[in-house]
Design a protein around this ligand. Structure first.
Ligand code: HEC
Length: 657
């Protein structure tokens, strides 16, 4: 839906004063709304602490990927006019979202918004321009592969995806197990000590290598926060093409051999941070179709869509909750959603909101700004697909309005043919949460009781046990892992916690920040599920049949400073679980006992095949992939998370010597 700002009757002088006050107030905003790209606000304090111990290097060209701060500036400084029907000519927020960051920055520095821009620091102008535009400033056209040194000598026709080992999309299969078989991995535990860096690829101007590299038909595909998508040769890192999307692409791409525009071909499918979904010719990078899937201007596609038999199931999340506490903000109208598309032409088949009914006006806040409810329930994860029951399963985020809807913080099942809800199970009730509502910062927009921010950012995993029993396994931010029976309408089968003690609900704040738990999800091997844990929790293994906790180990391998968070999604090959740490470590641990078999410190500068200056950093939303005897990782994740939020812009490929 389209946001409608109500008349606020602000006269120009008052408005100007409000702008000044708001600009000043920005200084007081927490340094990191680390709730960030999937809700990690619980770690802002951690980030701040760790930053003092270990400062992150200045990003290239003075750019900062502080998108949440940028959104906050937008909500606090710009929405008093943009979207306000009393202010003539001010383009609607949805219109501004379509502008380039260069145009917005120019408006604030030398254009019609100069007076507003003068009240912001230059960094704040950059942050707001980047956040609204959804990609980094100054990134076009330098990111174009034309400017790169290592073009592939030839670009032959691509083989069908099934013809060679691959890691396709987020979970590597429709079940989200994130497991790579021995045949496809062609890399064993015994090979790990011989792993050597084969090539590094620099992502020009990027400050967050947050997209998981996927490898299909011998080619790597990766998105960036600059909006560029690249395809490289898996063996050599030579580049085939680049494509500039309308905003950042943090999706893992999905490559499918389907018919588009009357011709069968390998098609690359993904979404961007302005809620656009794309199909490209995977060989050439040429756009085949694009669809804007949700008009609400705060909405975006952070988790990769699921794909099944010609259909895409696109999860919709939002940045609304990060800073809707501003009294100028008509909180809240963004609702999590799944949009189903026909992958052949991009037309929308159905869409289902996580929360119903649609947000309605409820009251005016102390500044007279209309408030709406119910809202929230962002979908931060990729659904698991269940062909047997024609269902998809996904997790939902917290509510942004009070009282919290009963479908927030839930696992939800939809009929994939119609979008009708089959069942849902609420894991945490009463979790109405807005960034910026902590302590004295709380405003009249804030929920009367701030919830714990316990979204379900994990992708549910659909597991079939040797007994034939099927279970949906999902981890949660406070570390509870739950298993549901899809064949019994989502009946809860077991619930356990990675630490051995079920999560205690702590009020949002410092104590809650120290809780370990699960962020981006687990991987399955041999009847068990393996998770990396946040804020110093190490790794854990749980038996899927009965939920028994097999082991939880801290990681002490030289990179395992106490604070290191393994928020990243786990990946398994037989006998080995692979994870990235917030300190930039890549670790391979034994599935038997969690013992570290191999590790690599990616937090350093790299010489790159494409001659782009590159540095590694934290590992977060990006998982490690193993394909055809090689291991691939994106390094650098600048969104706040446990430990450090350390930016970086490099893609790494390893193979045994
Ligand atoms: C006091 C009201 C007001 C505030 C506050 C305000 N704007 Fe504007 N903005 C306007 C109006 C009015 C226009 C149309 C100006 C025109 O057409 O000459 C505009 C135009 C723009 C344009 C279009 C310029 C172009 O290239 O055509 C951009 C971009 C923009 N604003 C961004 C922002 C951003 C970002 C902020 C917050 C940092 C902001 N504005 C705050 C009133 C405002």
């Amino acid at each position: 839906m389209r946001i409608r700002m109500r008349a606020r009757g602000l006269r120009a002088s008052r408005m100007a004063a409000a702008v000044v006050t708001m600009a000043a107030a920005l200084v007081l905003l927490p340094a990191a709304y680390s709730q960030g790209d999937a809700a990690q606000s619980a770690t802002a304090a951690q980030s701040a602490g760790a930053a003092a111990e270990r400062p992150a290097p200045a990003p290239d060209k003075g750019l900062t990927a502080g998108t949440e701060q940028g959104f906050a500036i937008f909500q606090n400084t710009c929405l008093s006019c943009h979207g306000n029907p009393n202010v003539k000519n001010a383009p609607d927020p949805a219109v501004l979202r379509a502008y380039s960051p260069e145009r917005i920055y120019a408006a604030l520095t030398s254009g019609p918004m100069k007076a507003v821009g003068a009240k912001l620091t230059d960094n704040q102008r950059r942050l707001v321009a980047q956040a609204v535009a959804g990609r980094l400033l100054g990134t076009s056209p330098q990111g174009d592969y034309e400017y790169m040194a290592d073009h592939c000598a030839a670009n032959p026709p691509m083989a069908p995806p099934s013809s060679a080992p691959s890691w396709n999309g987020w979970g590597n299969n429709i079940d989200n197990t994130r497991f790579q078989s021995a045949a496809a991995a062609r890399l064993t535990a015994a090979d790990l000590p011989r792993l050597k860096l084969k090539w590094a690829f620099g992502l020009p101007n990027s400050t967050s290598a947050y997209s998981q590299p996927v490898v299909v038909a011998g080619r790597v595909f990766i998105g960036t926060d600059t909006g560029y998508v690249y395809s490289m040769n898996a063996r050599t890192g030579c580049v085939y093409w680049s494509f500039l999307a309308q905003s950042g692409v943090r999706n893992a791409l999905r490559i499918e051999d389907i018919s588009v525009q009357g011709r069968r071909r390998d098609v690359a499918l993904f979404g961007d941070l302005k809620a656009n979904v794309y199909a490209l010719d995977a060989r050439t990078g040429k756009q085949l179709w694009t669809t804007h899937v949700e008009k609400q201007y705060t909405d975006r596609v952070t988790a990769p869509p699921a794909y099944y038999q010609g259909k895409l199931f696109v999860p919709i999340s939002s940045w609304e909750e990060f800073s809707a506490a501003s009294l100028d903000y008509p909180c809240c109208t963004s609702v999590g959603e799944i949009v189903a598309l026909d992958a052949h032409d991009g037309h929308i088949l159905w869409n289902t909101y996580v929360i119903s009914p649609r947000p309605q006006p409820i009251r005016k806040n102390t500044r007279g700004v209309q408030q709406y409810a119910p809202a929230g329930g962002s979908v931060w994860n990729t659904p698991a697909v269940d062909p047997k029951l024609h269902a998809i399963y996904f997790g939902t985020g917290d509510a942004t309005t009070y009282p919290a809807a009963d479908t927030s913080d839930s696992v939800m099942a939809l009929d994939m043919r119609t979008g009708h809800m089959l069942w849902h199970y609420q894991i945490t009730s009463g979790d109405a949460f807005l960034g910026g509502c902590y302590g004295d910062a709380a405003t009249d927009n804030c929920p009367p009781t701030e919830g714990p921010d316990w979204d379900v950012p994990d992708s549910p995993i659909l597991v079939t046990l040797p007994s034939g029993q099927r279970l949906i396994v999902v981890g949660t931010k406070p570390g509870d892992v739950l298993a549901f029976d899809p064949d019994e309408n989502g009946k809860l089968v077991w619930r356990t916690n990675v630490t051995g003690k079920l999560a205690q609900r702590l009020p949002f704040g410092p104590a809650a920040f120290r809780q370990t738990g699960i962020q981006w999800g687990g991987a399955v091997y041999g009847g068990n599920v393996y998770y990396g844990l946040k804020v110093g929790g190490g790794l854990a293994a749980i038996r899927i049949a009965d939920g028994q906790r097999l082991w939880q180990v801290p990681v002490q391998d030289g990179y395992g400073e106490k604070r290191v968070g393994y928020d990243s999604p786990a990946t398994t090959i037989p006998g080995v679980v692979l994870l990235g740490g917030s300190d930039g470590s890549i670790i391979a641990a034994s599935t038997r006992d969690g013992q570290i078999l191999w590790s690599y410190d990616s937090d350093r500068a790299f010489d790159t095949v494409n001659h782009v200056a590159a540095h590694g950093g934290a590992m977060g939303s990006q998982g490690i992939t193993v394909v055809g005897g090689m291991l691939f990782a994106g390094s650098g994740y600048s969104v706040g998370q446990s430990g450090v939020a350390h930016s970086g812009n490099v893609v790494l490929a390893f193979a045994p010597n």
